[in-house]
Design a protein around this ligand. Structure first.
Ligand code: AMP
Ligand code: ZN
Length: 456
């Protein structure tokens, strides 16, 4: 297997990727808080994670990908103060928090589809994993990491000496950052809520019984509980946007390692922000943010043009967004699609030299700007059109730009079924499925890393 290198936020260096188990990589990506639509900044993070996952798959790894849905416990202030974002928005809209969560979860899943982001293997909601979170808090309590205040249970960060190992910041700086919101009862400003009590004078929509009283989990504990539940033996890679480094992921590491006594994830990989003009981070709290619907679909821009724009900037560098930038990306993307359709319909063989070059750059910490340059180099080369096409369709398993055309879901389902028949060595069924696919106007080709499919 080829070597893959990733920049690990834990060590602040580019490291060779070595999974815990050879052929199964565990990947946990922090999912959305479903009180509003995802903005295209959030989606930049999910796109970077999709590219990371596709690189692993392209290299022949099996990936177990977990994504959580935060439907409770994320408070308006990151430091465990303020109202619950879900309950606040539900009240404002006159809806139940459960309906709100269901609506925005479906909207988020539609956004992923529009951007051709592969679905995780497991979607897990915070509210479906309350016993797991309570269990983890109980373990922390038994080990002496927890103290109680009038509004909840807190993790005592002073008891976890490696608290700053992800942020690499002096403790005083982390404490300074956390001091924004005052909570006089906390022993240290960096301490964070594990469980919050329901207010005495108010009935919350989402609340549960616990050994400590009725309430709801703090935001960070869900990701620890679900990572440990689903990836117990595959704690390989944990991702998110860079804003998660100093608080959310730092707290996840502290509580998980304190509870289990062993290392949490080996690789922490973070994507840089999408900024609007002037270098300001796009944020839900700013109110006026751009979504797949209002910035792309309603302006007649194919969402995959945004995927192309994201591919053309290193995931570790800030990316600026403006109408002009997306228009330029759209032209480049449309041009590329034309270049590919001009190659004709004969699918030849994947060119090994170009495949090697492509693999080398994507395995070098996801260098997709360079990968796009290699696609152009290939298009200009002397290689035959059928071989160019085969090579580009092979690359597109990672790029995800649907360069072979838009394949309808039912055709993809037939292709998937055929893949399963092939795996079971049921050749007559697999031939039958190929014929069905071809009779509907699509060509399917098998390669070393799976099948490619395109319009005839
Ligand atoms: P949230 O729904 O706020 O928890 O954020 C979901 C994901 O989007 C997290 O991984 C964040 O780190 C990421 N994120 C938030 N704002 C941006 C932005 N402007 N650019 C890129 N990623 C972001
Ligand atoms: Zn998380």
């Amino acid at each position: 297997m080829a070597e893959i290198f990733f920049y690990n936020t834990l060590s602040r260096t580019v490291e060779k990727f070595v999974p815990i188990n050879d052929n199964m990589v565990g990947l946990y990506t922090c999912g959305p808080t479903v009180y509003n639509f995802a903005h295209i900044g959030n989606l930049r993070s999910y796109l970077f994670e999709d590219l990371l996952k596709r690189v692993l798959l392209y290299n022949g790894y099996r990936v177990k990908h977990i994504m959580n849905i935060t439907d409770v416990g994320h408070l308006a202030g990151d430091m465990d103060m303020g109202e619950d974002k879900m309950e606040k928005e539900a009240l404002a809209k006159g809806q139940s928090a459960w309906d709100l969560a269901a609506f925005y979860t479906a909207a988020f899943q539609a956004d992923l589809k529009a951007l051709n982001i592969l679905e995780p293997d497991v979607w897990c909601r915070a509210t479906d994993n309350i016993p797991e979170q309570i269990g983890l808090i109980k373990t922390l309590e038994d080990k002496g990491y927890v103290y109680k205040t009038s509004d909840g249970l807190y993790f005592a960060t002073a008891k976890f000496p490696e608290y700053n190992k992800l942020s690499h910041l002096p403790l005083a700086d982390l404490q300074e950052g956390a001091r924004v919101e005052k909570n006089e009862e906390k022993q240290s400003p960096t301490d964070f809520a594990l469980w919050k009590f329901s207010p005495k004078d108010q009935k919350r929509q989402m609340e549960w019984d616990s050994p400590w009283g009725v309430g709801f989990p703090g935001w960070h504990i869900e990701c620890s509980a679900m990572s440990l539940k689903y990836l117990a033996d595959n704690l390989d890679i944990h991702c998110g946007g860079m804003d998660h480094i100093n608080i959310h992921h730092t707290n996840e590491i502290a509580q998980s390692e304190a509870a289990t006594g062993r290392k949490f994830f080996n690789y922490w990989i973070h994507g840089a922000f999408l900024n609007i003009a002037g270098g300001k981070k796009m944020a839900k709290s700013e109110g006026n943010f751009l979504t797949v619907k209002n910035a792309l679909i309603e302006s007649g821009i194919n969402p995959l043009a945004y995927r192309y724009a994201v591919l053309s900037v290193s995931y570790r560098k800030p990316m600026e967004y403006s109408e002009e930038i997306i228009k330029n990306a759209e032209s480049a993307f449309v041009h590329l699609r034309h270049q590919v359709s001009d190659l004709g319909q004969d699918v030849g063989a994947v060119n090994p030299d170009y495949k090697y070059k492509f693999l080398e750059v994507i395995n070098n910490d996801l260098n997709f700007p360079q990968a796009l340059a290699i696609v152009q180099e290939l298009l200009k080369s002397e290689i035959s059109n059928p071989d160019k096409l085969a090579t580009i369709l092979d690359f597109d398993q990672v790029l995800g730009l649907k360069l072979g055309g838009e394949i309808p879901a039912e055709i993809m389902a037939l292709a998937q079924e055929r893949e399963e028949a092939r795996a079971a060595k049921d050749w007559s069924r697999s031939d039958e499925l190929r014929q069905t696919i071809e009779s509907q106007g699509y060509i399917i080709k098998d390669g070393s890393s799976g099948f490619t499919i395109m319009m005839q």
